[in-house]
Design a protein around this ligand. Sequence first.
Ligand code: DX5
Ligand code: ZN
Length: 217
Amino acid sequence: MGIQITPSILNADLSRLADEVARIPSADWVHVDVMDNHFVPNLTLGLPVIEALSKHASQPIDVHLMIEDADRWAPAYAEAGCGSVTFHAEAAKAPVRLAREIRAQGSRASMALKPATPIEPYEALLPELDMLLIMTVEPGFGGQKFLDLCLPKIRTARELMRKHGVETWLQVDGGVSLETIERCAEAGADVFVAGSAVYSADDPDAMVRELKATAEA
Ligand code: DX5
Ligand code: ZN
């Protein structure tokens, strides 16, 4: 599939969501962060807003669920038409069943790991997943500094995927910018979330293209 950029709308103008998404035609996906003020100390938006946005976005929606009780809620986001649904390993009681339920709805199933959560206990799950998200900041807010300490985990995840012979995409989220994207790509990531880097740029779409070119270099 190659390198893909999935801008996060968290730091966009949320009063004009559809317009903000229309500003990034070069994006491969639109990354939407759902937060419940329990799993993370912040609250954003949920199913009704995503259902409304999906009617206006030309790209598929890559939803990142930072919510408790993922087992209950994640399948509903797949049913709502999100192209990719990411739940957190720390919030899922039955991740294998959950990934299968998401896939059964026709969406890509993805699991996220917070910075302190190791990949090794989840190795056997990799064939059940279409994507693994390695957080490179503590989830909850945009605009945080990239955590270099997560790079070895990206490397390990890529090695484990090779070992299992799976085509799982490897996404990074948090502090991704023109400064940090090369390090992530070199470690083995191929799907890049970028929030503030894209939406604080004068030309967000040019930034998407520049991020992609930098990761591909
Ligand atoms: C943070 C979210 C991210 C956030 C990234 O918990 O998951 O998607 O919007 O924002 P930046 O790119 O600014 O770190
Ligand atoms: Zn996110």
